[in-house]
Ligand binder design. Structure first.
Ligand code: ZN
Ligand code: ZN
Length: 369
């Protein structure tokens, strides 16, 4: 087979660690299959399941399951209500149906405790010994077009689900293309910082323009495959004119050097790469709400929820998450910040906000010395 030509992708892959040898690259122990397996095992130990894991049977219902009552997995059962008409078949919205009087069939997962006894007892993995405690959620309610973002300091990871002005009736205000291009996202990150940018419709092109204008290089693209409650593909009745839409895209980009934008981006050597796939398979929830699986993916990249500074832009209250910052204009009238240097910079720049420094244990203001 002919040798693969050197591509920018390979250059990026070699740009991860600061101690990389110059080209031609020597094979490294960390590239070996054994090393990757060992790392995957270590990560699995560091991210234990908090609750026992019960598989949903792929046959969906116990009636269809060849093992019937003996099957140890959980199955879906019909949530029959007085007005349900079984002959109508499944509601196309299933568990996201908003119509309380909907006569179609809806489903719930049977309670694992009602299911037949398991062959082996469920065990809960013990928490790891020295678990690092992430800070509770931090947030600032502000219009991101007006906020002087330098008061917040630099972030290792930025996630953004912007209110792009796409041709669609949306239940929230949108930003013009110009306003998006002018957003100072690049100022929030040093070289090597990762950005995850949700794009949809014409924003798939506009988002790429924004990345250039903000000083980023796109290195990957995540696809969220949207499933319904029965773990099937969303097929009908939601969005799309020509084909029904069952996926969304998230661009993955890295902050380039501000002094030498032509140089290949350099990643912090402590980022874990090669752990997850570029496909997220997750259930749809409220309109525009993205899957939480992205947070877990990012937490694996930075080595844990307590590691690295992580921020979500244009977030809402359902996005608040321990170990993370959230910025947006729908976060209520109270800000929550535990980092003293940020509080000091905000006190200087925005004294009218009267932002208190809070104690992460009690959530009460720290008495000033
Ligand atoms: Zn089964
Ligand atoms: Zn329904």
């Amino acid at each position: 087979m002919a040798p693969i030509a050197s591509t920018s992708r390979q250059t990026i892959e070699r740009g991860w660690a600061d101690d990389e040898p110059p080209s031609p690259p020597a094979p490294r122990a960390s590239d070996s299959y054994e090393h990757k397996v060992a790392r995957a095992k270590a990560l699995r130990q560091n991210f234990p399941l908090l609750r026992p894991f019960v598989t949903i049977c792929s046959t969906t219902t116990r009636e269809l399951c060849p093992d019937g009552a003996k099957c140890p997995n959980v199955h879906f059962v019909r949530a029959l209500r007085p007005h349900t008409e079984v002959t109508l078949g499944d509601c196309s919205y299933l568990n996201t149906c908003h119509r309380s009087e909907c006569r179609y069939v809806h489903w719930v997962i049977e309670d694992p405790l009602d299911a037949p006894p398991l062959k082996a007892p469920l065990t809960v993995e013990p928490p790891r010994d020295k678990e690092e405690e992430p800070l509770p959620p931090q947030w600032i309610n502000a219009d991101l077009r007006a906020l002087d973002i330098s008061v917040l300091g630099k972030y290792d990871v930025v996630v953004a689900d912007p209110p792009w002005a796409i041709h669609q009736e949306l239940p929230y205000g949108t930003l013009t293309d110009d306003e998006m291009m002018r957003m100072p996202v690049g100022e929030m990150q040093d070289e090597g910082g990762l950005l995850f940018l949700w794009v949809t419709g014409r924003a798939m092109e506009l988002g790429r323009e924004c990345l250039k204008s903000w000083g980023y290089e796109r290195i990957d693209e995540l696809v969220w495959i949207k499933t319904n409650q029965l773990q099937g593909l969303i097929r009908t009745g939601r969005t799309g004119h020509w084909l029904n839409h069952s996926k969304e895209h998230c661009l993955v980009a890295v902050r380039k050097s501000s002094t030498d934008p032509s140089a290949p981006p350099r990643f912090p050597s402590w980022f874990n790469k090669g752990l997850d796939t570029q496909v997220l398979l997750a259930e749809v929830r409220q309109t525009s709400r993205k899957p939480d699986e992205l947070y877990s993916m990012i937490e694996r990249i930075v080595g844990g929820r307590a590691r690295g500074r992580k921020v979500e832009l244009f977030g809402r209250t359902h996005n608040l998450r321990s170990g993370w910052w959230t910025l947006g204009n729908q976060l209520g009238d109270r800000d929550q910040v535990f980092e003293a240097d940020v509080v000091a910079r905000i006190a200087e720049r925005y004294p009218e906000r009267n932002l208190p420094l809070l104690d992460p244990k009690t959530l009460a203001p720290v008495p000033s010395a």
